[in-house]
Design a protein. Structure first.
Length: 269
């Protein structure tokens, strides 16, 4: 019997991007998918879009309830997940079309606890800013030195991982994923695969730009080696180390596009 893959998307007022995310899941070449979308009572047309696709495809389950954070929404999705493999993808990101089939094949050959692949970072204009290749993810020290190495959209957990490690900590509204990876690594192995899995949309409304100070405070509340974090992890030095090690891979044009995008988001251009 083929493995069921449960995918969770938390969303709120995501009418501009949610359709692309939905289609990237439902149009996967691998079909044995449970797709759970947790809507936080959107006030735009998000719910109408979700209902349209739910009527077309029984694999899509839509839950619309008020929540206090994305972390709470993710946990609601985890409670409903029935798959051998579980993942989450945000409402403005999207999978490569063969991503799930590739992950399932790896799992069938050698079951993993947590698998992390590559992510393309895409600007609002559609340009590839760079590719994230977190090949250092199996080593806990790398997370302390460089900060959070991946986006959630390129991470897959086994059901055994969630059963053993537990759910996301709802004390953390912005960095629940980073805290979870650290928890996993203290008990298990994270597996890296050099395969493009997903695309991450970089916009002016990015959480990391809007609530950077809150994110830093959260991380310092749970991370070990706090002095190391302040000096390196999550700083410009940490970013340079990523580039030097090839975790963040650029072409010359991508470096230019990324600097331009950053300056626009910060309001300098």
């Amino acid at each position: 019997m083929s493995n069921l893959v449960s995918i969770i998307t938390p969303c709120l007022n995501s009418e501009k991007t949610i359709e692309r995310t939905i289609l990237s899941v439902l149009n996967q070449s691998y079909k044995n998918i449970q797709y759970i979308v947790i809507d936080g009572k959107s006030s735009d047309n998000t719910l109408e879009i979700l209902k349209k696709y739910q009527e077309k495809d029984s694999r899509l389950l839509v839950v619309s309830e008020k929540d206090n954070s994305m972390t709470e929404a993710l946990n609601r999705g985890l409670y409903l997940a029935k798959g051998n493999i579980v993942a989450s993808i945000n409402a403005d990101d999207w999978y490569e079309m063969d991503a799930i089939a590739y992950v399932v094949k790896l799992y069938q050959n050698k079951p993993f606890i947590c698998l992390i692949g590559n992510t393309q970072f895409i600007s609002e204009s559609g340009k590839v800013l760079y590719t994230n290749r977190p090949w250092t993810a199996p080593w806990l020290l790398a997370w302390y030195i460089m900060g959070c190495l991946t986006t959630e959209s390129s991470v897959f957990y086994s059901a055994d991982c969630i059963k053993d490690v537990g759910y996301f900590n709802e004390k953390f509204k912005y960095t629940q994923d980073f805290e979870y990876y650290l928890r996993i690594l203290k008990k298990h192995k994270i597996t890296y695969t050099n395969k493009l899995i997903s695309n991450f949309w970089v916009s002016a409304n990015q959480t990391s730009f809007l609530v950077g100070n809150q994110m830093s405070s959260e991380v310092l509340s749970y991370i070990d080696y706090k002095i190391l974090r302040k000096i390196v992890g999550g700083t410009s030095l940490g970013s340079f180390i990523r580039i030097f090690l090839g975790v963040r891979r650029y072409t010359i044009n991508q470096i230019y596009n990324h600097i331009l995008q950053y300056l626009k988001i910060r309001g300098y251009l």
